[in-house]
Design a protein around this ligand. Structure first.
Ligand code: NDP
Length: 254
């Protein structure tokens, strides 16, 4: 059945930032689709607790700051140890920081780049080793429309640069591993309701600008990103690699 290619039965996924927001929605859907999931993040949340309780045999938690030296190898090793293999990596953990370019100091720049680019690079590097040994794997890196456009009204050049780099990293990784059974894609969300955007959505002026610039006239729910991630992660996307799937309600059409 072709439709079954959208399912993840028996596949093992590692999802960073799987404790809330988009990552938690991805985790919920992947579990619903039959996968085993190692969820990573810094802090336990109610949503995470509910998921771990609902899927005691298929969901597990690995507490880590992605910027810790040992975190990438640690989370991959824990996944393989617990579930026996690693089929899917979703590099989702990320942060934003707004401010004028001329005031954006080194510490803030480093924090953004470390979390949004260096950590996903290191985690993918760790994850690709068991995938190479298996001869199969799928990596989904969460980029952003910020990798394409200047955001408005908020200024966030470091964030934009980090997400553009995530898109390019995905494309080049895809090229490098296409012949070895490993697909690498990026997902570029538009504005999604989450803790990251809560402040902007609550700000009437920002809310108006974000909404007016989104042709669909609304923000996305995290679940609408999870379905995109499921497609890219699953065998339904067996001929898709090096792509950036833009899911933005039309934001980048104009
Ligand atoms: P949230 O702020 O809700 O979630 C961010 C996630 O990243 C949390 O799970 C958080 O875990 C994790 N995280 C952040 N820093 C670290 C760290 N140092 N170590 C481990 N985990 C960390 O945001 P979203 O769910 O909205 O964002 C998820 C991804 O989607 C990000 O990469 C973001 O850039 C991207 N994105 C979001 C958009 C949006 O409109 N919301 C639009 C485009 C892209 P913890 O709770 O432990 O800190």
């Amino acid at each position: 059945m072709t439709l079954e290619r959208f399912r993840l039965d028996g596949k093992v996924a590692l999802i960073t930032g799987g404790n809330r927001g988009i990552g938690l929605a991805i985790a919920k859907l992947f579990l619903e689709a039959g996968s085993f999931c190692m969820l990573s993040g810094r802090s336990q949340t109610d949503g995470l607790g509910a998921l771990l309780a609902a899927y005691p045999d298929r969901a597990a938690w690995f507490q880590a700051d992605v910027n810790d030296e040992a975190a990438p190898e640690g989370m991959v090793a824990a996944t393989v140890q617990r579930f026996g293999r690693l089929d899917i990596l979703v590099n989702n953990a990320g942060i934003a920081d707004n401010g004028d370019f001329h005031d954006f100091d080194d510490a803030r720049l480093k924090r953004i780049m470390d979390t949004n680019l260096i950590a996903p690079f290191r985690i993918a590097r760790a994850a690709i080793k068991p995938m190479l040994a298996q001869g199969s794997g799928s990596i989904v890196n969460i980029g952003s429309i910020s990798g394409y456009v200047a955001n408005k009204p908020q200024l966030q050049v470091a964030y934009n640069a980090s997400k553009a780099a995530v898109h390019q990293m995905s494309a080049v990784m895809a090229y490098e591993y296409a012949g070895r059974g490993i697909r690498v894609n990026a997902l570029a969300p538009g504005y999604v309701v989450s803790d990251m955007t809560a402040g902007g959505i609550a700000n009437p002026e920002w809310n108006r600008i974000w909404t007016e610039n989104t042709p669909m006239g609304r923000f996305a729910q995290p679940e609408e990103m999870a379905t995109c991630a499921l497609f890219l992660a699953s065998d339904a996307a067996s001929y898709v690699t090096g792509a950036v799937l833009v899911a933005d309600g039309g934001y980048t059409t104009h």
